[in-house]
Write a protein that binds this ligand. Structure first.
Ligand SMILES: [Ca+2]
Ligand SMILES: [Ca+2]
Length: 260
């Protein structure tokens, strides 16, 4: 059933039994008294974004299938998603699976987005409204990963892009850009370095990830990576997801923190 929600959620920060601080995953009415790590498939409140059998709150990589949960550096972030898998300084800061009746990211205009089907979707066909979601959170060296699906690339004369941004400027941005046919995809990091990457067909789930750390800004689309080395100038306090001139769905948004 499609559930329409047109109001941003109030941010509620809860410390889970798994020692992860997470965004608005469950409302007060659905919070489980039991340890979420004891929940199983079919239990009320159980949600397993990647389908590996671990509840999202207890999964060391809640958006990437990993069973067994291998964490070589022992920092609580599994190898398959750890932004720095050989340095025990990463943590999961917050995640949003868009699976509830509210969500923790703030839309620029509530009429641009709707929840449904375990995702948040832009509302306009060939969306030209520049639909944007933001999440204010202070992080030092963050990684933002989103899963997205393009339902329609729009027309070639438009921007046709999805942008993840860590600082509200052009320093820490990662742009996946296509044309109306979906035939050409560019990955653009920090507005300076561009790389042609694999074609992303409409209707296919993709992973777009941006990392800012001491080496600069790195961007990857389905594992295909491009990086830029310039220093960041803005504050890393606002993460954003912007959908320009395409119709798209966002299945999850997860923020990691690296503590130098
Ligand atoms: Ca997992
Ligand atoms: Ca790790």
């Amino acid at each position: 059933m499609l559930v329409l929600v047109r109001f941003p959620a109030l941010a509620i920060v809860t410390l889970s039994a798994c020692n992860w601080v997470f965004g608005l995953k469950q409302t007060a009415s659905t919070l489980q008294d039991a340890d979420p790590c004891q929940l199983h498939v079919g239990d009320p409140g159980f949600h397993d974004e990647d389908g590996d059998g671990y509840d999202d709150h207890c999964d060391d990589c809640p958006t990437v299938y990993d069973d067994p949960q291998v964490d070589s550096d022992g920092d609580g972030v599994g190898d398959v998603c750890d932004p720095h898998p050989a340095s025990p300084r990463d943590s999961i800061a917050t995640f949003e699976m868009f699976d509830g009746v509210t969500y923790s990211w703030t839309p620029n205009d509530v009429s641009n987005w709707m929840l449904g089907g375990d995702a948040v979707q832009t509302t306009a066909a060939q969306d030209a409204t520049n639909a944007i979601l933001t999440r204010r959170i202070a992080l030092t060296q963050p990684t933002l990963e989103i899963a997205f699906t393009v339902d329609d690339y729009g027309t070639a004369a438009q921007v046709n892009s999805i942008v993840v941004d860590l600082d509200a400027t052009a320093d820490a941005t990662c742009t996946a850009k296509g044309d109306s046919s979906g035939g050409v995809i560019y990955l653009l990091v920090a507005d300076t370095t561009t790389k042609q990457v694999a074609v992303v067909p409409m209707g296919q789930a993709n992973t777009l990830r941006i990392t800012y750390d001491s080496t600069g800004t790195a961007c990857s689309l389905n594992g295909d990576k491009v990086a830029a080395s310039q220093a960041i100038s803005g504050e890393l306090s606002t993460a954003s997801i912007a959908v320009h001139d395409v119709t798209a769905s966002i299945q999850h948004a997860i923020l990691y923190q690296y503590t130098p």
